[in-house]
Design a protein. Sequence first.
Length: 559
Amino acid sequence: MTKKLSPFWAVSAIVIGAVLVFCLYIPVWHMLRKSVFLPSGFSLELFGLLFQNSAMVGMLANSMAIGVIVTLLCVAISLPLGWFSTRYRLPGQGILNGLLLLPMILPPFVGAIGMKQFLARFGVLNLALTKLGIVHEPIDWLGTGFWGVVVLEVLHLFPIVYLNLTASLANINPAYEEAAWNLGSSSARFIRKILLPLAAPGLFAGCAIVFVWSITDLGTPLILDYRNVVAYQVYGMITDTNENAMGYALVVLLLAWVAVIYFASKAVFLRGQRMSSVKGMRTAVKARPSPLVLTVALALFLGVAACAAVPHLMVLLSSVAERWFMTILPERLSFEYYRAVFEHPLTVMSMRNSVMLSSVATIADIVLGVLAAYLISRFRFKGRALLDFSVMLPLALPGLILAFGYVGTFAGTWLDPRINPFPLLIAAYGVRRLPFMVRSVDAGLQQVDPAMEEAAYSLGASPGRTLTRVTLPMISANVIAGAVFVFTFAMLEVSDSLILAMKEVHYPIAKAIYAMSSRIADGFPLASAMGVLAAILLATGLFAATKVLGRKMGEMFRM
């Protein structure tokens, strides 16, 4: 289409840019400025003090260790799963893939509630082992909490690596494989020299987002009370009423890590994307597995799915357990807590807040996402690359960092989250989920022939009329899928909700679940019931998005 922007699209680009500057770049700049511009002038003193503090260095090391271990374990799980999924015709392939995506329907901090019930000193696992005579004294499975955080994050995040890896493997041109066989290559050499290098970009893209997510995850350490990580430290600095300058240095250091990972991911991914496929290539034919391969594949798929389902099962049982103490399974079941969710003042208020905040954020993302995707997909103009980068950047920017920037930037103004966090929560939900809407719409635009829009222009239709009467009806399914995706993930946003909502009257669902989980009496089962309802909501959103996006689902989780 034309390289020249009409006034309508030029204004659209300016509006999108202004929103991103206010919601994204100003908070990031505020953190950078506060970390290096001290009252005495420009200085890196805070970073020096940061690395002189042994406790802080220990937290940084623990966060990095969690990120590395979680990423490596996710790769170890995803590689064989991705190989079987893309190379063989497995019975019930759709069901098997659906089982692997189940972990994504439950935020890891909600899963932590169930894992405490499973791994506690007198939890389900110890009681079962004692009853079987395997152990005589309870084992402290959670220990300090480090491995509990690792296990929960692995069980929640491995589908992101799996989605990216299978998308890359499926997009490899089968002509490369045929050429390798014709030249006498062995299977091992083909995998080492051709398959893995071509799949590396997708694998690296998935690993990058898993690493960033795991080192900045706040909810899981909070639930498990594992304080020796950066995320917990940043949360403590925010809840402190006095501004802590060291917090800016800590968050900027995290931001630097994220930036390095983001740009490395883009460089590797884009390079491999050019290499891995060609226009018009045919789809590779899957082989029929031998009985041994089929047995191994099914055992792997079902075994991983069963392990990943443990936190979900524990949360579900906790939500219906009328009495569950020192027994492997609940003694009595009741759905009373589900009724209480819709009657308890805190849970009802939090659901009302989340629905309102997520709805406004979704409406804003529909408008901004459609305009941004159309500008990036259909036009070539100065600033297009910057717009593309800015729209996708929130996918790499953890909620922990953005929320900290909001608190510092807008403290003392009418947007101060200590007074009313709703405007900033809407901004945080919207800007962090905008990449999902853009990618969903872009997937639809790639299937629409620009000639249809050019015909409308030639008949005198304005850009706005062409967009609403021609383009949008043809990509309506993608817009709806993106909107559902944005709404459901915004409803269950963790870091932004935990940090920005400081008063009970402003709690969204995630903050209410965290608050309820620490209360005695009915708090724990109520939190579990809310977690189950949240999982149902998120599962619905993922199912709707998957039906529309298909294989492009994996691209939603690429930086």
